[in-house]
Design a protein. Structure first.
Length: 360
């Protein structure tokens, strides 16, 4: 690949032409749902909401929701403080978060990022040392290349592997200790270890796989999109190529498959991937605008189809179904992290174009 110089992202949102040209979910209803339905009284955030199939308290979802609410203009301070307090309480003795008795490196990074955004937007932390406990544990696990604790004998799921999704840890690391040599070294190690998973237009899930899990592919691109100099010029073309590949595998309804082997798709078409792809396309569009007029935008139609696909999944409550409405499995699970990604994508699509430092 020929590496081109990457544009420098603007530090704050600037007015931009709206992408919206057709059906789209209601962002107001989505935010109202996120502020109530998946929350427990103690501040825990559920993975999804469905009274007939209850979700589980999920620190990763809490970190994502906390990051989103920290950037909203309304007064969410009491709600944010409650989520942050529970998230800090969920940190294990070794300084990590996870689920079902397993600490996950990725989940810890998302929790750290949400707590940092909360703090940086005036939020209260009962335990300010929680940030350093999480950050130090992340650095330690990265040195050990340990995606989870206890380690899995062999990865049964993508999240068990030392895989491409861990590139998203670039976001919390850069925000936690900017300029720290240990953070610089950790990012260098991530790039050294995980960029070889790039196959020219997509990331394979981990070194022992030739398949792409699109949710993890998107996480990898999100981390690379947030990179600061001196790495940015090298990695921005990967973000562009990976986003273009997502448009290539999008179907006519605007959805994207869970899996792809480079030749054919497989699996369901989850809402989280649709919203993640939309955010990446918007980032690429805006970077292209900074470089000057370039004629027709090939990603605009993909973005419109994605918005329509998300609109088709929005229920009267405001939440989004994880799977397509006609999918036979668990059609009433309204997924929390998909809703968070969609809420940020909708803000960008309407012209509120915060950039990679603001990704959640």
């Amino acid at each position: 690949m020929t590496l081109a110089a990457a544009p420098t992202p603007r530090a704050a949102a600037q007015p931009a032409a709206a992408l919206l040209r057709g059906p789209a979910p209601s962002r107001a209803r989505l935010l109202a749902w996120l502020s109530a339905a998946p929350l427990l009284p103690d501040g825990a955030v559920l993975s999804w909401h469905n009274p007939a199939h209850p979700g589980y308290p999920y620190p990763e979802a809490a970190g994502l929701l906390l990051g989103l609410l920290s950037q909203e203009s309304g007064d969410h301070s009491a709600l944010r403080d409650r989520i942050a307090a529970r998230l800090c309480a969920d940190i294990s003795p070794r300084g990590a978060v996870g689920r079902a008795g397993v600490d996950y490196l990725f989940d810890s990074g998302i929790a750290l990022h949400g707590l940092l955004l909360h703090r940086d937007h005036g939020g209260h932390l009962d335990d300010p040392l929680a940030l350093d406990r999480l950050g130090e544990a992340i650095l330690s696990d990265l040195r050990a290349r340990a995606p989870r604790c206890p380690l899995a004998p062999a990865p049964q799921r993508w999240s068990d592997a030392y895989g491409c999704h861990l590139l998203k840890l670039i976001l919390p690391l850069q925000r936690w200790r900017p300029g720290d040599p240990r953070v610089h070294d950790a990012i260098e190690s991530l790039l050294h270890d995980l960029l070889p998973l790039w196959r020219g237009d997509r990331f394979v899930t981990h070194a022992a796989s030739d398949r792409t899990y699109l949710h993890a592919h998107c996480y990898a691109l999100e981390g690379l999109a947030a990179l600061a100099d001196p790495w940015r010029a090298q990695t921005w073309p990967i973000v562009q190529a990976g986003a273009a590949w997502l448009a290539d595998v999008q179907d006519h309804r605007g959805a994207l498959p869970a899996w792809h082997d480079g030749h054919r798709p497989s699996g369901p078409h989850p809402a989280d991937i649709i919203a993640q792809a939309l955010r990446l396309w918007l980032l690429c569009q805006d970077m292209t605008r900074q470089q000057g007029p370039r004629g027709a935008d090939p990603l605009r139609d993909s973005g419109d189809r994605a918005l329509a696909a998300l609109a088709a999944r929005q229920r009267p409550s405001g939440g989004l179904t994880y799977l397509a409405p006609d999918h036979p499995e668990r059609p009433d699970d309204l997924n929390t992290w998909s809703a968070v990604f969609a809420a940020q994508a909708l803000a960008w699509a309407a012209g509120r174009r915060e950039h990679s430092p603001w990704l959640i």
